[in-house]
Design a protein around this ligand. Structure first.
Ligand code: CAA
Length: 411
């Protein structure tokens, strides 16, 4: 993957705004919202009034059209202060991408400007109790009835559920078809029959709700089916994830940097054996490794995001997004673990900020595709690419299999 990474002026401006909001509205209250397991509406309002929800919305629909790289810069800054708030922001992009990538012109005009100005929050409803990694095995059903789709079933792990006003819901619209089984339908909060049944009690990212969404004969106008026709929902879900994964990866970079910064400050303050622990070589090694891996993640994430901005959906970008997501989130877990180690006994205590980084990091390896799924995506691309490497075959000796003693039985 060879990719120019060019930061537009707009992207850098949005990054600076995000850093200021993170310093003023996110970090100071992160522990409070984590403990209470409450959404940080104050910070979300600051994000909305600063125009940060416009980052990922195209200009024609009231956004800045700043792209996935700018989205990554903003998500990184917010997650550096509070990983939970990072996803509370970025999940709006995840919920919007099915409209941006697959919606009709009329739908984009109808929904995107309200998302851009922060009037409407969005959630993405793909996963179900029995369809997580196997996303195409989902069962929520939508049936045509006159001018409406009628939706029945339930979704699991809907991030932003309850707070969001728009829900992009992936439903089975044609159970007889293998390749055109699924469609995405936008359901608005308040539609009769649509409810939040369970708000999850979570290990981390506690300031953003993750819920079960239930659909009981939810009647939605046909014009809410995203796109011109049913049956393209799975493709849109996959493309959406390709666009959104650099954003999760950027949250991981922010989480790594936030944990490293705290460990750095603490290790220079904490004195043991007569010197700050940052002078001890084993701690130095940990800090240096944390810094190297965080920086490597950052470059991979920026390259994946820049690739999407330059070329749009493509196999190369799908692979790059999976690599960035997998690598950066594994690094975030490792860095958070080592940061706790640097804090020693204090790191295990909730009155120090680092324990929260550790709890928040775990979900990064799971949501928007487990890191096992990312490795499947990467490996499938490699298998396809092997066809273009035929010229290397000549350098690899081929061994002949001899069948000694064929026909002879041994006792
Ligand atoms: N772009 C476009 N089309 C794609 C695609 C892509 N990246 N990936 C697959 N497709 C198409 C294929 O071309 C194929 O099309 P045809 O039927 O026309 O040939 C079709 O989709 C099926 O593809 P696969 O056979 O590869 O599909 P699969 O069933 O083997 O699944 C998978 C592949 C990668 C495992 C996929 O199911 C997957 O990504 N699973 C993980 C789901 C996931 O990430 N869930 C996260 C939920 S969101 C979340 O976590 C949000 C939150 O809380 C914040």
């Amino acid at each position: 993957m060879q990719q120019n990474i060019v930061f537009s002026e707009k992207a850098l401006e949005l990054q600076a705004i995000a850093r200021k909001i993170a310093d003023e509205h996110v970090r100071p209250n992160a522990a409070k919202y984590d403990k209470a397991q409450e959404y940080n509406f104050e910070a979300a309002r600051a994000v909305a009034s600063a125009g940060l929800f416009k980052t990922f919305i195209p200009k024609e629909y009231g956004g800045h059209g700043a792209g996935v790289l700018a989205l990554a810069l903003v998500a990184e800054e917010l997650a550096k202060a509070d990983s939970g708030f990072g996803v509370a922001f970025a999940v709006n992009a995840l919920g919007s991408f099915p409209i941006i990538l697959g919606g009709t012109e009329e739908q984009k005009q109808r929904w995107l400007p309200k998302i851009a100005n922060g009037e409407k929050f969005v959630a993405f409803c793909l996963s179900e109790k029995f369809a997580g990694s196997d996303a195409s095995g989902l069962a929520v059903r939508a049936v045509e009835d006159g001018d409406h789709w009628v939706i029945n079933g339930e979704k699991k792990w809907t991030t932003n559920g309850g707070v969001a006003d728009y829900y992009t819901v992936f439903c089975v619209t044609d159970p007889t078809s293998k390749s055109r089984r699924i469609s995405a339908i936008l359901v608005e909060k308040g539609t009769p029959g649509f409810s939040i049944k369970k708000v999850e009690d979570k290990m981390g990212i506690r300031c953003v709700p993750v819920v079960e969404t239930h659909f009981e004969n939810v009647r939605v106008p046909k014009s809410n089916l995203i796109g011109e026709r049913p049956g393209v929902g799975f493709k849109h879900a996959m493309q959406t994830l390709d666009y959104a994964r650099p954003g999760v990866a950027a949250q991981a970079v922010g989480a790594s940097q936030g944990a490293l910064d705290l460990a750095n400050v603490y290790s220079n303050r904490r004195v043991q054996f007569g010197v700050p622990i940052s002078q001890h070589q084993m701690v130095m090694k940990m800090l240096a490794d944390m810094a190297m891996k965080t920086e490597a993640s950052r470059q991979l994430v920026y390259a994946a995001a820049a690739g999407i901005d330059e070329h749009g959906p493509s196999p190369t970008n799908s692979k790059a997004a999976a690599m960035a997501k997998c690598f950066a989130t594994d690094v975030a877990m490792e860095v958070a673990t080592d940061a706790v180690q640097v804090f020693g006994g204090y790191g295990f205590m909730e009155d120090y900020p680092i324990a929260k980084f550790f709890r928040d990091a775990k979900i990064l390896q799971i949501y928007e595709g487990t890191n096992q799924v990312q490795r499947i995506v990467i490996a499938r691309h490699l298998i396809r690419e092997a066809a273009e490497l035929e010229h290397l075959k000549q350098y690899i000796p081929v061994e002949e299999q001899n069948h000694y003693g064929a026909g002879v039985t041994t006792g």
